[in-house]
Write a protein that binds this ligand. Sequence first.
Ligand SMILES: [Zn+2]
Length: 437
Amino acid sequence: MSGALLITGGTVIDPAAGVHERRDLLIRDGLVAAVAPPGDLDAGGAEELDAAGCWIVPGLIDMHVHLREPGYEYKETIASGARAAAAGGFTAVACMANTNPVNDCAAVTQSILERARALNLVRVYPIGAVSVGLRGQQLAEIGELREAGVVALSDDGQPVMDGSLMRRALEYASMFGLPVIAHAEDRNLAGGGVMNEGAVSLRLGLAGAPAAAESAMVARDLALAEQTGGRLHVAHVSTAGAVELIRAAKARGINVTAEAAPHHFTLTEAAVADYNTNAKMNPPLRTETDVAAVREGIRDATLEVIATDHAPHHRDEKECEFDAALNGIIGLETALPLALRLLGEAQVTIDTLVRALSVNPARILAVAGGSLAVGQPADVTVIDPKRRWRVETDKLLSKSRNTPFGGWDMVGQAVATIVGGRTVFRAAANERRKKSA
Ligand SMILES: [Zn+2]
């Protein structure tokens, strides 16, 4: 069992408890034991962590990752994904069902949970499939999945094209208290689009997917959420149109939450310009107008979650012609600094970011975390907001290398990640000195 840990000298930012001030934090027996003004707590033999100049926040929770195990261990494993998560400041991740076999039954859910438990690093929450085999024809055994421990349902990677199936998914899922996470894309409208449809796709001669492929599906799913009263969560929102629809739906009281991915609030379709396959994802990178709308959606909490859509792929699946390359990029180790850029560039407050990266995912998935109140599990991320570092692709802990952010200079990084009172990641001290010098 873990010993006691006293984190001193930092600023505790805990929006759930309304705390944003200099505080020391004492962890004992895996729980938050005390939060008190600087110097008030007696270490009493506890290990000390000097967090001077740092933010101490409830552990970050990424509710949208692809861990690739079982079936695609050559891209990522639960172990490599969990190590990347810890290094990125995440104390918990929720993993999508598009593994092989698909997580559409209790046996797969249980094996993921068993592996994560044996690993004992970050918390791993499986997401079950909406439909058997992600084929969009027959509902998965939702009760069985719930019993086995899934925290949500999603066919992510594939839209649920059949509206009546989506309707029943929302109805059944709400009976079991689960949200349905929508990959909102009208596949017919998207056609064979491999990037955003617009001036850039025209110039490059690549097939484009129109923004309406997303907003049309969001509109359908919102109508179904209204009809059923089910809990809809819209994944990776990328278009101004979808942001506006979700904002209006919330104003009308529809039970919907939504997320944005760091690449969608950082990059535009211009990143595809030289046929860069590390800028190929689904939904695709959009226009400056869309990026501005996604940022505004985060600022006003229309998009109340930031999630990475961490999607590892092998080199061979990306180093090929653009049309043939697989969709997606890794994101666990770059999400936090990219989110922190919004502080300066988009008038987003740090409290809003902590809500988006911890409080809200915990609430939506109904899992531990999201608060540093006394008695809560000690899932804590210590962030040095001034730490400068360069993304060196070869040094990332994910098994895959497909990031468009290689070589980027970042500001801000997790320097300690603590799960249930146990430190699962610690930035090297000498490296800290060197880089902050
Ligand atoms: Zn995804």
